[in-house]
Design a binder for this molecule. Structure first.
Ligand code: HEC
Length: 310
C-alpha cells in the first residue's frame, strides 16, 4: 500500500515538474471534446439560422385599413385650357417633382434616383422614347399619376388635385421628354370623361374601418347600458301598481324596453303607443295580456313608460 502511494506521489511530482507531459496526456480528450462540440454546432446550424432570419418579404396578404381622407370639393377644370403649360402649372409641377418624384426618377428625369436603383422594373427614364407603359402624352401621364402602374414601384398619386397632376405632366413633358407628342382634342375629351374633370368632384370623408367599428360598438354599448339601467329601475319598484301592470303584460322586460327605446312617436301620443305594442305583440317583449288592458290601464302604463324610458 505504501509502495503504491509512493509511486503515485512521485508520478504526480514528475507531472508537476513536467507540465508538457500533462498536456500530452490530456490532449486527446480535449481534442475529442472540441470535435464533438464542433459537430453539434454544425448539426444545429440550420435550425439556429432558421430562427434568426426574418422573412424576406412583408406579408402581402395583410390588408391595410382605409386611410383617413378629409372631405373636399375639387374645382372643375377647363379642359380646353389645361393643355397649355402655363408658368403657374409648370411651377406647381416642378415643386412637387423635386419633393416627391426625384428620389426615384432622378434630378434629370433619367430614372436614376437613389431610391429607384433597387426597383425592378426601374423608374421610367423620361428622356428615353422606350419603356413607357402608358406613354408621355398629357392624358397618359395623368392616368399614370391617378392609377399608378400596377406591379411596379410607381404608386398611384390619386391624392393630388387635377391641377397638380397636370402641372407635373407639363413639367415632365417640357423639361425631360424630347419632342413630346401632343394630345388630340379627342384624347383630352376622353380624359375629361374618365376622371370627371370639367364637372369637378366632391370627395366624401373616409375613416378607417377599425375606427368606424369602434364608433358602432360604443354606440351599442351605451344603448345596452341605458337599457339595463331602465330594466333594473323597473324591477326594483315592485310595489308600484304601474310596474305590476308592466310585469303582467311583458314576457321580456328587456325586449320591451328596447322596442320602446328604438322607436319614436309613442311618447307624444297614447294611440301610437297602443298601436305599436299591439301590432308587434310577442315580438316586442309584450304578451297577449295587453289585449285585456282597460283605458285606465293603458293611461297608467303610458305615463309610466314615458317617465322611465328615456
Ligand atoms: C418609389 C419610386 C417612384 C417614385 C417616388 C415615383 N415613381 Fe414614377 N415610376 C416608378 C417606376 C418604377 C416606374 C416604371 C413603371 C413600369 O415601367 O412598370 C415609374 C414610371 C413613371 C412614369 C411612366 C409611366 C409609363 O407610361 O410607363 C411616369 C410618367 C412617372 N413614373 C411619373 C412619376 C411622378 C410624376 C412622380 C412623382 C409624383 C413619380 N413618378 C414618383 C417609380 C417611382
Amino acid at each position: 500500500m505504501d509502495n503504491i502511494n509512493k509511486i503515485i506521489k512521485t508520478k504526480l511530482q514528475e507531472l508537476k515538474s513536467n507540465s508538457g507531459r500533462l498536456f500530452g496526456l490530456t490532449y486527446p480528450y480535449i481534442f475529442i471534446l472540441i470535435t464533438i462540440i464542433g459537430f453539434l454546432y454544425i448539426f444545429n446550424m440550420n435550425y439556429t439560422a432558421r430562427q434568426n432570419v426574418s422573412p424576406p418579404l412583408p406579408d402581402s396578404t395583410k390588408q391595410a385599413d382605409l386611410p383617413v381622407i378629409q372631405a373636399k370639393t375639387i374645382a372643375p377644370i377647363d379642359i380646353t385650357k389645361i393643355g397649355d403649360p402655363t408658368p403657374d402649372l409648370l411651377a406647381k409641377g416642378k415643386n412637387i417633382f423635386t419633393t416627391v418624384c426625384i428620389s426615384c426618377h432622378g434630378e434629370g428625369g433619367k430614372g436614376d434616383g437613389p431610391a429607384g436603383s433597387i426597383l425592378n422594373p426601374k423608374p421610367q427614364n423620361f428622356t428615353s422614347k422606350i419603356g413607357w407603359k402608358n406613354g408621355p402624352k398629357l392624358n397618359q401621364i395623368y392616368k399614370t399619376l391617378s392609377d399608378g402602374i400596377p406591379g411596379s414601384g410607381m404608386a398611384s398619386y390619386a391624392y393630388l388635385t387635377p391641377e397638380e397632376k397636370f402641372g407635373l405632366a407639363h413639367y415632365i413633358r417640357t423639361t425631360f421628354v424630347q419632342d413630346p407628342p401632343k394630345d388630340s382634342p379627342a384624347d383630352l375629351k376622353t380624359l375629361d370623361q374618365l376622371y370627371n374633370l370639367s364637372q369637378g368632384q366632391k370627395i366624401p370623408a373616409q375613416i378607417p374601418v377599425s375606427v368606424a367599428a369602434k364608433f358602432v360598438i360604443n354606440e351599442n354599448d351605451s344603448l345596452v347600458q341605458n337599457t339595463s339601467r331602465i330594466v333594473s329601475t323597473i324591477s326594483s319598484n315592485i310595489s308600484n301598481p304601474a310596474v305590476q301592470l308592466f310585469n303582467k303584460v311583458t314576457d321580456s322586460k328587456y325586449k320591451a324596453v328596447v322596442s320602446l327605446e328604438r322607436s319614436f312617436g309613442w311618447k307624444q301620443n297614447e294611440q301610437t303607443f297602443v298601436n305599436q305594442i299591439i301590432n308587434n305583440v310577442n315580438l316586442n317583449g309584450f304578451n297577449y295580456n295587453v289585449f285585456n288592458l282597460s283605458g285606465n290601464d293603458w293611461d297608467l302604463l303610458h305615463k309610466y313608460c314615458i317617465g322611465v324610458i328615456n
